[in-house]
Design a protein around this ligand. Sequence first.
Ligand code: FES
Length: 170
Amino acid sequence: MSEKKQQVTRRQFLNYTLTGVGGFMAAGMLIPMLRMAVDPVLQESGAGDMVNVGLSVDDITDEPQRVDWNVEQVDGWHESEVNQTAWVFTDENGDIQAFSPICTHLGCFVSWEGSDDHPNEFFCPCHDGRYYKDGTNVPGTPPLAPLDVYEHEVRDGMLFLGQAKSRGEA
Ligand code: FES
């Protein structure tokens, strides 16, 4: 029985070498491109972060005041600044309350004492929606749910707000 030597020809050697080097270079180019394409989707959004809204707790009274601030929003590959608003006050127990101004009926902007006919209430001008000072909807008016409530923290005497959540989640 004759032993066959397996010899690699010069052509085969070049083919193997060029295929290996080409594959290595292609992977080197494709991996960063794939990472760039997929990375923003995998990154955690900063949506849950608490933001300093620039209001000292010493300036919070039992009269709801409008507080505006901006947050950076990353939506996939698009970054933008989003305006946020809250109605902030202290309740009868001295606890800080921060309500979303978004009407739970169809999303219009709710104002504190927005109607002369309904003092001491939040009012939505779109369909005369009304909310008591504690944010609960007035029965018989269009909104069927209370105003959402912002998560809040106090750090170094300043108010930080997070996400607005419905009463069930808050
Ligand atoms: S959107 Fe506020 S009452 Fe309809």
